[in-house]
Design a protein around this ligand. Sequence first.
Ligand code: IPD
Ligand code: CA
Ligand code: CA
Length: 262
Amino acid sequence: MLRSALLNVMIKAARKAARTLNRDFGEVENLQVSLKGPANFVTSADRRAEQILREELSTARPGYGFLGEESGRYEGSDKTHTWIVDPLDGTSNFMHGIPHFAISIGLEREGTIVAGLIYNPVNDDLFTAERGKGAFLNETRLRVAGRRRLADSVIACGLPHLGRGDLALGAREIAAVQPQVAGLRRFGAASLDLAWVAAGRFDAYWDHNLSPWDIAAGLIVVREAGGFVTDLNGQEATPTTADVLAGNEMVHGEMLKTLKAA
Ligand code: IPD
Ligand code: CA
Ligand code: CA
């Protein structure tokens, strides 16, 4: 498959960072772990992976800005481009030895995400998208699922937990959605939840309190696969949208009604 120079840069950086993540995942029990907040672990693996991504991306595109979960924001000399990076999305999974986590890289150009990559280094699932060029899982073009009814849909979500999120709202939302759908899932990596909507594995996904690095890449991967990504009022999501709903047109619309009423 012929890929653009831009995607090649992103893929090379992700594969290099993935090598250290995979090594650290193999030794997860020996990792030095520090607490950033309740249930919010920062591992040395996060930081190492982000360092590699920053070096690789800034060597290939000097001047672009960088916003990373671990190291924060760096202004570049080129004010029109910013990499938005989560070096390890799904930290709790990683820490618990659950092989469901990803590297997420979005490229923002003048406020719009123009390229995205989401890579699970354990199973080698590589999701990519560029504006106007479609979304792919490895070499295969992606299209959101065609299901039209909630009754046939498998829906992914985030869940509030100790020290994080609005437990009462979460309980109301689950109570509203649960009886209407074929299945609910909470897999714990926002970037992969979005990628899996793009791949038609999930019919929709919603979550609260997300950060730009959780969704930057996912926004374009879902949209290039023909899906919708909005806030919970139905407005187009941007990287700074915290409460997010993604899905195909029909299921997205049904979920929006259900969540608004919760
Ligand atoms: C988290 C995951 C999770 C989502 C949280 C994120 P992290 O990212 O994406 O699925 O529900 O809101 O913070 O901390 O594992 O990079
Ligand atoms: Ca994240
Ligand atoms: Ca992270």
